[in-house]
Design a protein around this ligand. Sequence first.
Ligand code: COA
Length: 610
Amino acid sequence: MYCCMLRSFHIKGNNLIQLTRASFSQNPQSWDTSSKIFSCTTYHCTHSPVSGSVWQPLTHRTHQPAASSRCMSSTVRRRRPPSAFPVIDGEFHPVHRHVYEANLRNSLICQQKYLENKEKVMKGGGENAIARHTLRNRKVLVRDRLRMLLDDEDYLELSSFAGLGLPYGDIPSAGCLTGIGKINGLWCMFIANDATVKGGTAYPITVKKQLRAQVVAMQNRLPSVYLVDSGGAFLPLQSEIFPDSNHGGRTFFNEAVMSAMKIPQVAVVCGSCTAGGAYVPTMSEEAVIVHRIGTIFLGGPPLVKAATGEEVSPEDLGGARLHSEVSGCVDHFAAAENEAYEFTRNIISTLNYELPEEDSAQVEEPLYNVDDLMGLAPRCYNHSMDVRLVVSRLTDGSRFQEFKARYGTPLLTGFARIEGHQVGIVANNGELTYEASLKGSHFVQLCDQRDIPLIFLQNTAPEPAHTFSQTKAESNTNRLKAQGSMMSAVACASVPKITVVIGGCHGGDSYAMCGRAFDPNFLFLWPNARVSILAPGHSDAFVQTEEEITQINEMLEEESSAFFSTARLWDDGVILPQDTRKVLSKCLKIIKQQEYQLSREKMRTPFLRL
Ligand code: COA
């Protein structure tokens, strides 16, 4: 007989029998022992046997879920009610063959640009800077650092093309790699300076990228690791980095807020932490410094010389020994870089998470080939094919439980699974009409009610709302009201949201389809995507002369490209259509991890290093 405060158990044959105190004398209720883990869900009390094969006295623990959280404790293996959503027809009709081929030709060109950009960012700051970093400064390159830190290379890099082609030049990876990878089985955000790009100094785009990574970490409650190797602000652009609310100082503000939210942060000082950069490790919960490589100071040796005339070495001014033995700014002294990443991995192991067993259940692959998505990625608004064809290549078994199939048909809504995760899909084929917007509001609220994450597949129409007649004016007004409702539903839905722009991202419709301003947890673009208030070729109603029209169209053509957008961090990166299912599945796993953090109630104060 095994006891806990609330319930009693005994073993009968192979069955574990549970008897409540109140019903001790009633018929015992048998439990499935296959999972070997039990829960008194009513009281949020979990029990687990001490050893695997032989039943031992059960350990007892109670914990209450955070009041603000919508997630439940989860040491218990759960089972979804069985479902067999209908398979949707993903065949395309021969009559659409030419559209498919035109899309495919365009997608191949976009993919080429994607691969060229990828090659460019892999080179970091270029050959000379790499030689200076590795040979002269004896440091490890940032991607090799990530290899040492993370469990594997299966990480989700965010906004890798940010910083390319900006007015102030090409800043590969915005001088800082961000992404989400696993450390000892736990998804963590990493923010890692690339010191081969101008000494890791912060350009405006670097600051924006770091802030976005922190927001993603906050929204998804991800432990964060900073690999700091930075010369501080890029001085020639200081006015665009320092003073404003979303400039450099915000990084430190976020660090404090994250700490108060119980989002763990660890810093590894693996290079220079100069000026503002010095606060990153100092405000982290734990910091590791690498001997002879890591330094932390507000003003470096040149400033000391200028101010006092004294010559001091970086090591003596703010090296590993000083900060781990004297100042206490860091907590762990690592003799070499590999040791620093080992320390960090161990620190992550001390975080209070209880991860579920890997789910070994087979996932159904889509029935249709994901490579077809290249030909389904719309080249322009006139070349869109039914978005059902896209959905049929993303969902498990190409299954989709459609909602309101006959109403507001430009918008497709329904339930599906992506690698086992239940999601609500909102996908559009152009203009969000009055009916489509009402349907969208209804469905978004339904998912919010049921706590089901939402996936938006956005392909919005570029057409301006002309008001040539009174009837048209009335219908525009009605549409406006319905779109407003959908925007409110999307903005206030407290379930996770992921947006993939598969075609157009234009005008007001893009807000209702959870554009950037509506705070999706993640937003990705396909390389064919177009992002602009108006699509090229639709400006005639707003400008008069041929010359103006040509000028505006040229500008829209250039500025609406997915690469223009991602360079400026209006999204979390460009992904290839054929990778969408994998990326969505990874994001859903990442979002879910917060359910397994055992203590996540909001603290009143951040962690303070005294
Ligand atoms: N602003 C603008 N450019 C900077 C910079 C800064 N804060 N810090 C470094 N750079 C540039 C250098 O001019 C050099 O440019 P180049 O490649 O075109 O010649 C490049 O970054 C690399 O710097 P370098 O000093 O050659 O490399 P390093 O690896 O030996 O040292 C640092 C890197 C960051 C440690 C060192 O440059 C440094 O201490 N910089 C000053 C940091 C500082 O005081 N920042 C205060 C900001 S408020």
